[in-house]
Design a binder for this molecule. Structure first.
Ligand code: URA
Length: 280
């Protein structure tokens, strides 16, 4: 019989590399939690014999305090709270502060920080993506990773930089491991981005990718159909022009669609030129 030699224990570096490959790239708490340990030990059985007399309080063995029960916010309650809160924010700064203290979206608990916006709040054009990724979560700014670099290039191609645009996401917290936000998370965050658009009050809204387009422009069409089409968007105070285009992350995966994205960018540049002409 062959002699089995035990595998050497992995080094910390190997373990971390394993976790990273499995998508575990952020810590949720300072201390690890052993989820295999019994979280709620079964209550002590009834004594079979006559109960012993209770010890005086001063002699009772100390029992560790139970952690407070986690209060789950019902999605409908969170959505209603988000609507009410967002409606009352008079400025972008007030809206940011509201989001910092809003407890209705669990994504906040796993994200490092709020990713509110970048760019110029007085911009005439606003770009809205889906949700922050890892780089955005670290920096606290939208579109600063690889797809952000491509977005910068796309904007540059029509003469724009971040000082002339305003950038935000439908979801302002990074979903753990970049998973797709749930419909409930999206509905909870929707009133905030809608109010953000209303407060920025751009002339042109550009939704990047399917989730942002379907959520904000209220269409079920996929991006292949919805992109490049001008539609009206009601900010709550006026109608503005809106257009969908590909998400830069999608273009990084499928560069063949860059040609169509370029058509969309040219259409955006034309609309901006027409606006500028009307303004003089
Ligand atoms: N993808 C998004 O949708 N938004 C970001 O901010 C970054 C990547």
């Amino acid at each position: 019989m062959p002699i089995m030699t035990p595998e050497p224990a992995p080094t910390v570096a190997q373990l971390l590399a394993f976790y990273l490959e499995a998508g575990v790239d952020c810590a949720l708490m300072d201390e690890p939690v052993n989820r295999l340990s019994d979280p709620d030990p079964a209550p002590a059985r009834e004594p079979a014999e006559a109960p012993q007399r209770a010890l005086p309080a001063s002699m009772q063995p100390a029992t560790p305090p139970r952690p407070p029960a986690k209060i789950e916010v019902l999605p409908e309650v969170a959505i209603a709270a988000a609507r009410e809160a967002a409606r009352t924010a008079p400025t972008l700064e007030a809206l940011r502060t509201l989001l910092e203290t809003f407890e209705g979206c669990a994504l906040k608990n796993t994200a490092t920080r709020l990713v509110f916006s970048d760019g110029n709040p007085a911009a005439k054009i606003m770009f809205v993506g889906e949700a922050p990724g890892r780089d955005e979560d670290i920096e606290g700014l939208p579109f600063v990773g690889r797809s952000g670099k491509l977005l910068d290039l796309m904007m540059k191609a029509i003469g724009l930089d971040r000082s002339q645009v305003y950038i935000a996401n439908v979801i302002p917290w990074r979903p753990p491991g970049n998973r797709t936000p749930t419909p409930q998370e999206t509905q909870i965050c929707l009133p905030f981005i809608q109010r953000q658009i209303e407060l920025v009050n751009p002339d042109i809204l550009v939704t990047l990718g399917n989730p942002s387009t379907q959520t904000l422009l209220q269409t079920k069409d996929g991006i292949m159909k919805s992109r490049g089409r001008w539609v009206d968007y009601d900010t709550g105070t006026r109608n503005i022009r809106a257009i969908a285009s590909f998400h830069p992350a999608y273009l990084l995966r499928s560069p063949g669609y860059k040609r169509m994205a370029w058509v969309d960018m040219r259409s955006i540049a034309k609309a901006m030129a027409a606006l500028a002409e009307r303004a003089v």
